[in-house]
Write a protein that binds this ligand. Structure first.
Ligand code: A3P
Length: 301
């Protein structure tokens, strides 16, 4: 599809527009790249696809998955930002608007790729193939606040009220957040061996337990006498405190695919920061839409 003029278009931030395609909102370069992924991506049965809505903990889970699958990652994480180890299908590999000659440290041998493409739009090659899917989500309020900060790192302002209105209306990249989460949630209930569903909050509360669960899901469980030490080391080496202090992640260099420095992926790394930003009315707005969208699904934040 090269003619996008018939698609509904809306402003979401500054003079930036999003295109509505098959129920979700996209920035144009990522819509084109998403379509490339749909047409061309053929995962190997052993591939793992990390899926997420933006700002829900993707970077952290990249580091963890890479470490779980390779059993250790300390060295790789010292010299590579997690996005270099686990490249995004549509933001890095299948982009038409940037040169993709860059060779990714983690691809293809690591066999881990990420995407923000909603479940509803994933290519059949992923949905019905043998590859496994791991989805991370995060409570909507912290996701929103993290997104608002991330977008605000660019030089155009995004007033909080306007941002919240766009988030609740679903008009943000890959939105709506709620439809995105629900797509993966429902599939994880139907196919628990295919789709692993985890929240940022669960991972923060109990990282060792979930690292072990992830390893079992991926059919590479930890065993042996040093199991506890290995798991503990993986959790430590991927912690916010460690990753955000590595030179590679503190760098203000901008990779071409991002146009923001890698340090923009590490802000605060906590839970509940929305309490510092959302007033009672804003809280009510987001609570109402969360209830409307998620009630009856069994998914509770
Ligand atoms: P905050 O903005 O709330 O700090 P994504 O990787 O999907 O873009 O998500 C980014 C969010 O994950 C940011 O949240 C970031 O600080 C947080 N984050 C990044 N690395 C993390 C880590 N190792 N542990 C916990 N949170 C992390």
């Amino acid at each position: 599809m090269d003619d996008y003029s018939s698609l509904p278009v809306e402003k979401w931030w500054g003079d930036e527009h999003l295109y509505h395609w098959r129920g979700f909102w996209f920035r144009l370069p990522y819509l084109q790249a998403t379509q490339e992924v749909l047409n061309n991506f053929n995962p190997l049965p052993s591939d793992v696809i990390l899926t997420s809505f933006p700002k829900t903990g993707t970077t952290w889970l990249k580091a963890l998955l890479y470490s779980i699958i390779n059993r250790s990652s300390s060295d790789s994480l010292i010299t590579n930002n997690p996005h270099e180890l686990v490249p995004s299908l549509e933001l890095q590999i299948h982009r038409r608007d940037i040169a993709t000659t860059h060779s990714f440290a983690g691809s293809p041998s690591a066999g881990i790729f990420s995407t923000h493409i909603p479940y509803q739009l994933l290519p059949q090659t992923i949905k019905t193939g043998e590859c496994q899917v791991v989805y991370i989500t995060r409570n909507p309020k912290d996701t929103f606040v993290s997104l608002w900060h991330f977008v605000g790192k660019s030089n155009k302002p995004w007033p909080l009220e306007m941002a919240l209105e766009r988030f609740c209306s679903g008009v943000v990249p890959y939105g709506s957040y709620f439809d995105h989460v629900l797509g993966y949630w429902k599939e994880s209930l139907v196919k628990p061996k295919k789709v692993f569903f985890i929240s940022y909050e669960e991972l923060r509360d109990n990282p060792k337990t979930h690292v072990k669960r992830l390893a079992e899901f991926l059919d590479c469980p930890f065993n042996g006498e040093d199991e506890e030490d290995v798991v503990e080391e993986i959790v430590r080496s991927c912690s916010f405190e460690r990753l955000s202090n590595l030179e590679v992640n503190k760098s203000s260099d901008c990779p071409t695919w991002l146009k923001l420095p890698y340090n923009s992926y590490f802000r605060q790394g906590g839970m509940g920061d929305h309490k510092n930003y959302l007033d009672p009315e804003m809280n009510k707005r987001i609570d109402t839409i969360t209830h409307e969208k998620l009630h009856g699904s069994g998914l509770v934040f």
